[in-house]
Design a protein around this ligand. Structure first.
Ligand SMILES: [Zn+2]
Ligand SMILES: [Zn+2]
Length: 123
């Protein structure tokens, strides 16, 4: 029995709408005392990583090392998907909530870790 290849209702490769996000902040930044600018959610496994403008670019590192190509924005009031492999935005299904980090979470974040000259560290 193998129905992995047949998903007529949600056929976007790299996207599993049933996987919740890993948390509210970048997994690697939280583990290493880092900070981020914006957050991205891996649409394949739920990994939360920081965007390419952030100092450490963990979302694209995650895509490169795991082969999970598609991320969804994890920012409030945004709803786009991006495919790193194709270097293109795409349409995606509604993912299991939450769709974004908490509204009271600062940008950049997390609280207490962002240096005063943070803009100097952006890509
Ligand atoms: Zn990060
Ligand atoms: Zn992933």
């Amino acid at each position: 029995m193998n129905d992995e290849d047949v998903r007529p209702d949600q056929g976007v490769p790299g996207i599993d709408p049933s996987v919740p996000p890993s948390g509210t902040g970048c997994v690697e930044c939280l583990a290493t005392d880092g900070w981020w600018f914006h957050l991205r959610r891996c649409a394949g496994c739920g990994h939360i990583g920081c965007c390419d403008t952030s100092p450490s670019q963990h979302a694209s590192h995650h895509a490169a090392t795991t082969g999970h190509p598609v991320v969804r924005t994890f920012e409030p009031d945004e709803d786009w998907f991006y495919d790193y492999a194709a270097d293109a935005y795409l349409e995606g299904p509604e993912l299991v909530p939450p769709q974004h980090h908490p509204h009271d979470q600062p940008v950049p974040g997390p609280t207490g870790r962002v240096p005063s000259d943070w803009e100097e560290h952006l890509h």
